[in-house]
Structures are given as structure tokens and as C-alpha cells.
Design a protein around this ligand. Structure first.
Ligand code: ADP
Length: 389
């Protein structure tokens, strides 16, 4: 939840046990139709009229495939990329032309970017010196930041004497030491192995609880990170903002096929609307699903149902039953994922109750409840406008 705006606090170490407040009031971020191009004569548009507001104290994840423009968006906030048009605002103040060090932001990137010749404490102090923090305050601020990230015992080491996870904590401490109003995180966990990544994810969630006034913009292509950490997720694809909402909204009620398949795994089946209150047809077979207003009889749509909401067998009376042949089975420890061909359409079902792996080619019934299905109108863009591709 976005935190209310708080007044600025003087730049001194807080009493023990109190979390340090940012030096600036909680600042939101606003992208006002930001367009970024690379190449001579604006050859490639990598961010196309990007319009997004991040509320003060909010964690916004920028989620999208590689090359969709996430890092570019983040770097326009940092001040490393200058938009061709549009404005960037932090805390209501336009910063589009302001150099990075004047923006009051902390930033952590994938590759840590620590200075190898400096000890941990010197690395953390770097941003404070650049910001001209009074010399007497620096040791306290460094200790505070290292404490927050669990690295207090490593102040005298060099980066090469630390593991990847520890180096990333130091990078985080360096970003937090300046008590930023805005924290920019660019794939901060992607260089870590799976176990470390999940530990750091929990750490970031804890830090956000301890620093609720800090606005966080978090770039990731990993939906688990976005679903776990973010208050809202902005979904990018091919230089454009495609969708934005809470993780629950995007997961439970995706508005586009892209969101449905990028935020979680989805069965996406082409259907035709029978009529309001009358469900849809899948390959000529009727299914009971809620039909939203505006979808008339005969309209094409995509039925979205999550694999874990598809059960094996006929199911209870009011549900929908599909019949098909198993084409692939993946054992995933806690579940089996069955791939079933239903009238030529692939349907995935994640089932937990199987003791043995069913054979390929077996005829099975699958079921899902009407309320677990979402209809996405065909040909709708993220703006709600129709396109005819
Ligand atoms: P993402 O973070 O989603 O992977 P990026 O914002 O890094 O995407 O990149 C978006 C597009 O911009 C990509 O096609 C990339 O090749 C291009 N790009 C990024 N930085 C530069 C640059 N400095 N010069 C030219 N093209 C760039």
C-alpha cells in the first residue's frame, strides 16, 4: 500500500531501534508520455509514449520480456537516459534534465558495480561523499546501511572477498545509505543462484516493510519476483506499457492475452460467445462461463483458465468438462502437469492427487468451474481499442 507523505527529517542517524527515514519526503514517480529512441535520427523507439504513475511508498515492478524497454524506463528516472520527448517527475518535480546525482535516488543493478579497490565501508560511503554529507555523519550512516542489509561484520573486506549475494547486499547498502526517496532496482537478483535469490527476495520484502516511505521501481523479467514484491505491476512489451494493476488483478482478471500468459501460466482457448448469460462455444461444444458486458453473440474471445484450476475427471455437476488425450506429462514434485489435446487445443492441468504418472495417449476428462474462467475479448489492445491484426 502506498504510504502517506511524511515530512523530511534531518540527515542524522536515528536513535537505535528506529528505522531511518528518507532524507526527502516520500516521492512518487511519474512518467509523462516518455519516449526514448536510439540510433541516428531516432532510428529505434525503445520506449513509446510511456505513461505511468508510481505512488509515494509504492513498489512498482516493471515486468516484461527481454528488450521490452524496462531498463530504459528505469534509466530515465535515474537520469542516465534522456527522453526524446515527454517528462519524468519525482515527488511532483520535473527532473527530465537534471543530472543523476541531484535526483535523490538509490540504484542497484544486476552486476553489483562495486569499486573493487575500495573496502565495503568505503563503497557504502561513496554515495554519501558524492552527496556532500557532513563528514562526521558518514560513519554512522554507513553502519546503519550495513546493519540494515546484514553486512555490518564485513565492513573491512574488499568486494573480491565476498560471495555474489554478499556483494549484492553491499550494493543495496550503498544505495540505502543516502536514504533515498526513490530506490531503483534493475534485475537485482538475476546474477544470484536460485536459493540465494529466494533469500534476497525475502530480504527485500523485509526492507520494504522497514522503509515504507521509500518508493521502489523494480525491473524484472521474473514473474515470481514481481508477484511477491510488488504492490502493482506494469507489464511492458515492445517498448509499450501493456497493462498495469495489482498482482491479484493481473493474475485473476487479465485484460489481455499477453498479460495472462506473462503473469502466471495460462490456458488460452479460442471461443465464440453464445450470448450474454449463455456462455461460449469451444470447437462447437458449449461451456458455462461468465460473459462480460459488451460481448455480443458470435463475438470471438479467448477463454483464460489457470492450469492449477483445471482438475482431472468429470468434476462437480455445475462445472465444465472437457475430453481429450494426454500428449505430455511433466512430474514437478508437488504436481503433475498434464498436457491434454482437446479438439486440437492444448489444455494444461496441474494436478496434485496423482500417485502414479498417467500414460501418454490416455483419454481423460478435465473440469473447471465457471467462476475460474475469464473471457478476454479478441483483438483488444491494452488501451481497450480494437485492432485488426
Ligand atoms: P529490457 O530492460 O526490457 O531488457 P532495455 O530497456 O534494456 O530492455 O532495451 C530495450 C531496447 O533498447 C533493446 O532493443 C535494446 O537493444 C535497446 N537499447 C538499450 N540500450 C541501448 C543503447 N545504449 N543503444 C542502443 N540501443 C539500446
Amino acid at each position: 500500500m502506498p504510504a502517506p507523505t511524511t515530512p523530511a527529517t534531518p540527515a542524522s542517524a536515528p536513535p537505535a531501534g528506529r528505522r531511518p527515514a528518507p532524507d526527502r519526503p516520500a516521492s512518487g514517480i511519474r512518467f509523462d508520455h516518455v519516449t526514448v529512441t536510439y540510433g541516428t535520427h531516432g532510428g529505434q523507439t525503445v520506449l513509446d509514449s510511456f505513461d505511468l504513475t508510481v505512488e509515494p511508498g509504492e513498489v512498482m515492478a516493471l515486468l516484461g520480456p527481454s528488450g521490452s524497454g524496462k531498463t530504459t524506463a528505469l534509466r530515465t528516472v535515474a537520469g542516465f537516459v534522456r527522453p526524446a520527448s515527454g517528462r519524468v517527475l519525482i515527488g511532483g518535480r520535473e527532473v527530465t534534465g537534471l543530472p543523476p546525482y541531484k535526483r535523490g535516488i538509490g540504484m542497484v543493478v544486476q552486476q553489483y558495480a562495486l569499486f573493487p579497490h575500495m573496502k565495503v565501508a568505503e563503497n557504502v560511503a561513496f554515495g554519501l561523499k558524492a552527496q556532500k554529507t557532513p563528514r562526521a555523519e558518514i560513519p554512522g550512516r554507513v553502519a546503519e546501511a550495513l546493519e540494515m542489509t546484514g553486512m555490518a561484520a564485513y565492513a573491512g573486506r574488499h568486494p573480491r572477498e565476498l560471495s555474489g549475494g554478499q556483494q549484492q547486499r553491499v550494493a543495496l547498502a550503498r544505495a540505502l545509505a543516502i536514504r533515498p526517496g526513490v530506490l531503483l532496482l534493475d534485475e537485482p537478483l538475476s546474477a544470484l543462484d536460485a536459493r540465494l535469490r529466494s533469500g534476497m527476495l525475502a530480504e527485500l520484502a523485509r526492507l520494504h516493510r522497514e522503509l515504507p516511505d521509500v518508493t521502489i521501481l523494480y525491473v524484472t523479467h521474473d514473474q515470481v519476483e514481481a508477484l511477491t514484491l510488488a504492490d502493482r505491476i506494469a507489464v511492458l512489451d515492445r517498448a509499450r506499457l501493456r497493462d498495469c494493476g495489482t498482482p491479484q488483478e493481473l493474475y485473476r482478471r487479465p485484460r489481455t492475452e499477453f498479460t495472462a500468459s506473462f503473469v502466471g501460466t495460462a490456458n488460452l482457448l479460442p471461443v465464440t460467445v453464445r450470448g450474454p448469460g449463455d456462455g461460449v462455444d469451444l470447437a462447437g461444444r458449449p461451456l458455462t462461463v461468465p460473459v462480460p458486458d459488451g460481448l455480443a453473440e458470435g463475438a470471438r474471445a479467448t477463454l483464460c483458465v489457470r492450469p492449477h484450476l483445471v482438475g482431472l475427471g468429470d468434476g462437480p455437476g455445475h462445472g465444465n468438462t472437457l475430453h481429450g488425450k494426454i500428449t505430455e506429462v511433466q512430474w514437478r514434485g508437488a504436481t503433475h502437469r498434464l498436457y491434454v489435446s482437446v479438439d486440437g487445443h492444448r489444455v494444461m492441468a496441474d494436478v496434485t492427487e496423482l500417485r502414479t504418472t498417467p500414460p501418454l495417449g490416455e483419454q481423460v476428462a478435465l473440469h473447471f468451474a465457471p467462476e475460474d474462467a475469464v473471457l478476454i475479448p479478441a483483438g483488444l489492445t491494452e488501451d481497450g481499442a480494437r485492432h485488426d491484426r
